[in-house]
Unconditional design. Structure first.
Length: 87
């Protein structure tokens, strides 16, 4: 698939087991979406997250890490885990 920004679409066929398809149907129904729209939205969001993380990592390589925040590949901690990320 070409890495161009265009409105052309392509077809992607997936083989899913029944349990996964049922879960996807439930998630999509909760949001009033079709399974296809839900899967596409999820993939777009994941792609954005990956591109954003890459941009942050590249910025940190250029400018250096932000004091008090975890660097690339470090665990940022989660609320309730005891790791203080507010320093």
């Amino acid at each position: 698939m070409a890495a161009t920004a265009s409105s052309a679409s392509s077809v992607l066929s997936l083989r899913l087991d029944g349990e996964l398809l049922d879960r996807l149907r439930e998630h999509a129904a909760r949001r009033g979406m079709s399974v296809q729209d839900y899967v596409v939205r999820t993939l777009v969001r994941d792609d954005f997250d990956e591109r954003f993380k890459t941009a942050v990592d590249e910025t940190e390589k250029f400018y250096g890490p932000v004091p008090g925040l975890p660097g690339p590949g470090e665990d940022p901690g989660r609320p309730g885990t005891g790791r203080d990320t507010t320093a």
